[in-house]
Design a protein around this ligand. Structure first.
Ligand code: URA
Length: 242
């Protein structure tokens, strides 16, 4: 059991500095178990703790693991330059908690974006050694041909890479649409691979990571959800997929 004082609890959950959190508590903004708590030194077991702040109820979480259905025209960078950042789509306390994207999507790419404040998780999940398959659906400018699919499966040379990069799997979905699965996450990889194979990517969406699919999450673009333990377990490397 971990017992923490209420000011520390709120600070850990991203509500601001300890001083600011004390002010919120003293102003009667925090309710626990139906009672307004105004003593910031009151201590609570954090396990399963629910608190209501500004009329919204939250569960205490040591770390946050979320998935966002990213819309186009949002940047994954912490210091976005041309479009709003993805953090603007999330509750403000996640910015304070320093949530970071697990691997980036381009500003015009849509779909599944994992975010967390758990450094080792982010590192492990984005490590190229982990071989977590990422599934993309690409819309192409020129029609998809069997030759294009074959080229992407065989490997294409990108000019700043030492060796050709190949799709793990690739299949045609429609006249101008293909599904491509990559284990790496190089800069603009899908777009550059399609360009290197003589086509052009006009729209891109990430539809799955490991065995976790965007479709299973029922999120509209711009919506997000916490990932539970079962969903996190689906984010596995391909050699672990049965
Ligand atoms: N490949 C790309 O080209 N862009 C992305 O956003 C992700 C993969």
């Amino acid at each position: 059991m971990t017992k923490l004082t209420l000011d520390r609890i709120l600070q850990s959950q991203g509500y601001g500095t300890r001083k600011y959190c004390r002010g919120l508590i003293e102003d009667g903004e925090v309710t626990i178990g139906g009672e307004v708590v105004t003593d910031y030194k009151a201590a609570f077991d954090t396990e399963g703790l629910e608190f209501t702040i500004f009329d919204e109820t939250w569960l205490y979480r040591e770390h946050v693991y979320i998935v966002l259905n990213k819309p186009a025209n949002f940047e994954c960078s912490r210091k976005p330059s041309h479009h709003p950042g993805v953090l603007t789509l999330l509750p403000e306390q996640f910015t304070w908690r320093e949530l970071q994207p697990v691997g980036r999507l381009d500003h015009d790419t849509t779909g599944m974006l994992l975010m967390s404040d758990d450094g080792p998780f982010i590192h492990a999940q984005s490590s190229p050694k982990r071989h977590v398959p990422k599934v993309y659906v690409a819309t192409t400018h020129e029609p998809v041909t069997p030759e294009l699919v074959a080229q992407l499966l065989e490997g294409v040379q990108l000019h700043d890479e030492p060796a050709p990069l190949a799709a793990q799997t690739c299949r045609m979905l429609g006249a101008n649409q293909l599904e491509i699965v990559l284990e790496q996450g190089k800069y603009h990889q899908v777009k550059r691979m399609l360009a290197a194979a003589g086509n052009h990517c006009s729209a891109l969406t990430r539809v799955a990571i490991g065995e976790l699919t965007l479709a299973s999450l029922n999120l509209q673009e711009g919506e997000w959800a916490y990932l539970d333990a079962a969903q996190l377990a689906l984010l596995k490397p391909s050699d672990a997929i049965s």
